[in-house]
Design a protein around this ligand. Structure first.
Ligand code: ATP
Ligand code: MG
Length: 367
């Protein structure tokens, strides 16, 4: 990889404290991710693996009172480097007694003020986000055109209303909304789900962000609309080329759109590297968790026979009581006698097995 990443997440830990259990739930636990300019990095993983919390941590949207974030989130724009988590730990006090966390107190208004200060000019401008439900993410009482126009006037150098309107129409055309001039005046609820997602994508791109975060951009849409939105995102990838962090539990979506992928489980990255390699069933060297995820995708024949949805056996992790060894050990079918003890008691590191392809699994390394 060449150059300094536009977004570099280092050792991100986002924990939620449960006072009744006197323990932290480790939603994101030591995640490293780096986005090079122009690339799409996919995050894939089962429900609850920490994908959204990673994105929300970048956007400063982890507002829940007991949420604690540590690590570094480096954003490089116009040659300026900024750590979005700078000094954030000053607002949290953790009291430990006999190895247990007995209290977490957080200066919530101070924390929020600090985040708003650090993220001023970043949120919605340098980093914009597309969510799963566009109708909930846009103002229901204002037309989509007006909302995009306002975003343009706020976040770009355009401050002339007429020019901003023209630019809005340009973006509505880019996302292939039919009759953009008519749609301009529609409120979000006057649009179909697919159209509204297109408007949301137009709004996110209209601020010409350095980084776009798309969290499940196609989930919740029906299948044909889903594939149309994926095609649109694919076209925009080559025409606009915005650096993108794409989150989805749909492997096909990630495979189509991402250059690289990180596979998350229990708040950790278990594998990362080139998408084509990692998400290809034909490529054998992969984490057993990734292999299990791939095996859970139904084939056309299984769908026809209605024998699909072979979920990975075993329960998703309890992020309060994480095991001491490999997080996937209890569900793994590839443990051998030779590595069993290591898998059970010692967590493997994320290590390179081939060029830029990293795996956290003892099968590839004997201690
Ligand atoms: N505000 C919160 N307070 C406490 N726990 C939370 C909070 N937000 C998320 N979590 C927990 O953090 C973990 C990771 O959640 P996250 O939403 O990131 O999962 P995800 O990978 O995005 O899953 P999905 O595919 O269902 O969207 C889950 O165990 C979730 O219950
Ligand atoms: Mg999510």
């Amino acid at each position: 990889m060449i150059g300094v990443p536009v977004l570099k997440i280092e050792n991100l830990r986002t924990y939620f404290y449960s006072s009744s259990k006197q323990a932290f739930s480790r939603a994101v636990d030591g995640v490293n991710l780096a986005l090079e300019k122009g690339e799409t990095l996919g995050i894939v993983g089962e429900s609850g693996s920490g994908k959204s919390v990673t994105a929300l941590s970048v956007m400063g949207l982890v507002t829940a009172e007991p949420g604690v974030i540590t690590g570094n989130i480096g954003l490089k724009t116009d040659g300026v480097q900024k750590n979005l988590l700078q000094d954030i730990e000053d607002y949290v006090k953790i009291t430990n007694e006999n190895g247990r966390t007995v209290e977490v107190s957080k200066d919530n208004p101070g924390w929020q003020r600090h985040i708003d200060r650090v993220l001023r000019g970043v949120r919605g401008k340098e980093i914009s986000m597309i969510f799963q439900n566009p109708k909930l993410s846009m103002n229901p009482f204002s037309s989509v055109g007006k909302q995009i126009k306002e975003a343009i006037m706020l976040n770009t150098s355009i401050n002339n209303a007429q020019e901003a309107r023209e630019r809005t129409l340009y973006w509505l055309e880019q996302v292939k909304i039919d009759s953009p001039r008519l749609r301009y005046d529609n409120n979000p609820y006057g649009l179909s789900g697919g159209m509204c997602q297109r408007a949301m994508i137009a709004m996110a791109l209209s601020s010409e962000p350095s980084v776009l975060i798309a969290d499940e951009p196609t989930t919740g849409l029906d299948a044909t609309i889903q594939s149309k939105i994926v095609s649109l995102l694919e076209e925009l990838k080559s025409s606009v080329g915005v650096t993108t962090l794409l989150i989805s539990h749909d492997i096909d979506v990630i495979k189509t759109l991402s250059d690289r992928v990180s596979v998350m489980y229990g708040g950790r990255v278990l594998e990362s590297g080139p998408s084509k390699e990692i998400l290809s069933a034909a490529h054998n060297d992969k984490h057993p968790y990734t292999a299990a995820l791939l095996a859970s995708i139904p084939t056309a024949r299984q769908i026809k026979a209605k024998s699909y949805l072979q979920a990975i056996k075993g329960d998703v992790l309890d992020t309060i009581n994480l095991p001491s060894g490999c997080l996937f050990y209890a569900r793994c079918h590839q443990v051998t006698e030779q590595i069993k003890m290591q898998c059970k008691h010692q967590e493997p590191e994320l290590r390179e097995i081939s060029s830029n392809h990293n795996v956290r699994c003892w099968r590839f390394f004997n201690a």
